[in-house]
Design a protein around this ligand. Sequence first.
Ligand code: 5GP
Length: 194
Amino acid sequence: MNFLEERILKDGVVKEGNVLKVDSFLNHQLDVELFDKMGEEFARRFEGKEINKILTIEASGIGIAVAVARHFNNCPVVFAKKTRSINLDGDMYMAEVESFTHKNINNVIVSKKFLSSDDKLLIIDDFLANGCALQGLIQIAMEAGAEVEGIGIAIEKGFQVGGRTIRNLGYQLESLAIIDGMDATTGTVTFRPQ
Ligand code: 5GP
């Protein structure tokens, strides 16, 4: 079992509706040392890839992405912003993302100033469930003509479709913990061996 799986078993709380709460170290209070270890592990898994920028989505992706960037030559981190209003003035890349946790649809935007066809991206996020957030980020990367060199996720819920969909598209998707099942009544979490 790796360091993140151990931490999930220790401090994660399984909620009804297939939601894992990890507020004490990943989503509200942030364990910086753990994030640093995650960065180290992503650097190992994506060794040899030419990555010059990290792309993530607000809010929970940002802290992880910053820690990960320290292990990729302190490359810049760009985060997609969530917005309800559509005031597109042509300077933004935009995608629609349905939120798994909030069940609403957000437009996510990235300024054209910060993504271009010169960029080789590592996409980082905290969770992968149905894959909507990732698909939005991939769409924005494609619009910019940027290359997606890899995708790093902290926690993938392997019993939801996102992981399979993204891997079927041919991307190198690395998830540090893949949950194959969880039970809100007993609080048990089962990991996919990797
Ligand atoms: P997806 O777009 O893949 O369906 O969902 C990914 C996003 O939903 C993540 O960025 C994360 O914020 C949120 N999310 C999905 N499942 C969970 C979960 O079980 N626990 C928490 N804390 N967030 C989740």
